[in-house]
Design a protein around this ligand. Structure first.
Ligand code: NDP
Length: 247
């Protein structure tokens, strides 16, 4: 049986660890050729590539800080030159600086906006220059982009709310190329950014209906579905996968 992403080429920002690494591995397992970017973790990125290659897939890792103008554009050009096109962009790189809003510095606000919003804008513009008709733009937002139950994530939630409306707006501009634009909104997922064992985990876990954190593979499975052929009528959507946090 042919794999559902056979012949497709995917580009995942921030694919060296956490949710992005799981997405890269899953898209490759479904048959896509995958490029990942990273900012600092060259070894971690190389190990994701090796895991994919050992399983018979094709992958490359490219150093490209999502906040540096031109960096992701160059990485996308390299991906197109290496694999021959682009079908799926996953805007995954992102960060949070949990802190009371009044105590958050301008530098910290800029950092969160830079990675989460400006980075997504830049990579999407770069990707659209090369993306094949029928392509997929998938951004990793957050369940807090829609509903907020805890203090300390004001700027982060604001950037993820921006991703929701970015998704809706852009869906209206690229539909004539049959490109879909969607926003995946995870709840608490066990990663370096949000460890299930940390102090911040207690209230987050309690807010879920399932009383537990989700795994990176839960998110990767939904991304693979949205990247695949069965989701071609889903666009402009925010798909929440949060263990019932927003229920
Ligand atoms: P992690 O911090 O665990 O991993 C982040 C990944 O992004 C790493 O591969 C890192 O690579 C890369 N990265 C960070 N900054 C940059 C940058 N400036 N340029 C390029 N790559 C970068 O995060 P998660 O996996 O937890 O989060 C991934 C996404 O999911 C984020 O957008 C986050 O907001 C979102 N999310 C996460 C949730 C969670 O509970 N974990 C919940 C809801 C949303 P390197 O080490 O090389 O810098």
């Amino acid at each position: 049986m042919s794999k559902k992403l056979e012949g497709k080429i995917a580009f995942v920002t921030g694919g060296s660890r956490g949710i992005g690494a799981a997405i890269a591995k899953r898209l490759a397992a479904e048959g896509a050729k995958v490029a990942i970017t990273y900012a600092k973790g060259a070894d971690a990125a190389a190990s994701v590539v090796k895991t994919i290659q050992d399983a018979g897939g094709k992958a490359i890792a490219i150093a490209a800080d999502s906040t540096t103008p031109g960096a992701v554009e160059a990485a996308i050009k390299k991906t197109v030159a290496t694999f021959g096109g682009l079908d799926v962009l996953v805007n995954n790189s992102g960060t949070a600086i949990p802190k009371k809003f009044e105590e958050t510095t301008l530098e910290e606000l800029d950092r969160v906006i830079d990675i989460n919003i400006r980075g997504t804008f830049m990579s999407t513009q770069a990707a659209l220059k090369h993306m094949n008709n029928g392509g997929r733009i998938i951004s990793i937002g957050s369940c807090v982009g829609e509903r907020m139950m805890t203090p300390g994530l004001v700027s982060y939630a604001a950037t993820k709310g921006a991703i929701k409306m970015f998704t809706q707006g852009l869906a209206r501009e690229v539909g004539d190329r049959s490109i879909t634009v969607n926003n995946i909104q995870p709840g608490p997922i066990d990663t370096d950014l949000n460890p299930a064992a940390g102090e911040w985990a207690v209230p987050q876990k309690a807010l879920t209906a399932l009383n537990r954190y989700g795994s990176v593979d839960d998110i990767a499975a939904l991304v693979a579905f949205v990247a695949g052929p069965e989701s071609s009528y889903i666009t402009g959507a925010s798909l929440t996968i949060d263990g019932g946090t927003n229920a």
